[in-house]
Unconditional design. Structure first.
Length: 144
């Protein structure tokens, strides 16, 4: 196979609001951090451990304006794009590198408010409000 592939797919939560930068020629760039989590149980201590990885997301032009309008800190989003490493010089003349995800496609999954509402509704619906009414799931004899 002679081709290469540079493709990233992430589902995570925004760590901050979208920061916009506008250029003279009516183009713009939006940037925001995205957090993804990995959770596992330690075999030594048997406790749940969560590691968070932060990704720098870059969106351009109309997509950036849409993200700025509808996304805010805490929202869950699907991001598709490619990895790009930039080389730049800081104020002290030191060369720095930044690895970013150049977003080519995105889907809004939930807002922070929707996530909180869903969690609170699940907690309320977990108990049967009327104990005299049988749960229809338990009476079902069907194998599927």
């Amino acid at each position: 196979m002679s081709g290469t592939l540079n493709k990233v797919m992430l589902i995570g939560h925004l760590g901050d609001d979208v920061k916009m930068h506008y250029f003279d020629d009516k183009n713009c760039v939006g940037r925001f951090p995205l957090a993804t989590n990995e959770t596992y149980t330690s075999k030594q201590t048997n406790e749940r451990i969560t590691n968070t990885e932060w990704h720098n997301i870059v969106v351009r032009n109309k997509a950036a304006e849409i993200c700025e309008k509808y996304l805010s800190k805490g929202d869950k989003v699907y991001i598709e794009g490619r990895i790009k490493t930039r080389k730049w010089t800081d104020d002290k003349g030191i060369e720095r590198y930044s690895t970013e995800i150049q977003c080519t496609d995105f889907t809004f999954l939930t807002t922070k408010n929707e996530s909180q509402d869903t969690a609170s509704n699940q907690g309320q619906s977990a108990t049967n409000p009327n104990p005299n009414v049988a749960d229809p799931k338990q009476d079902d004899d069907l194998p599927f």
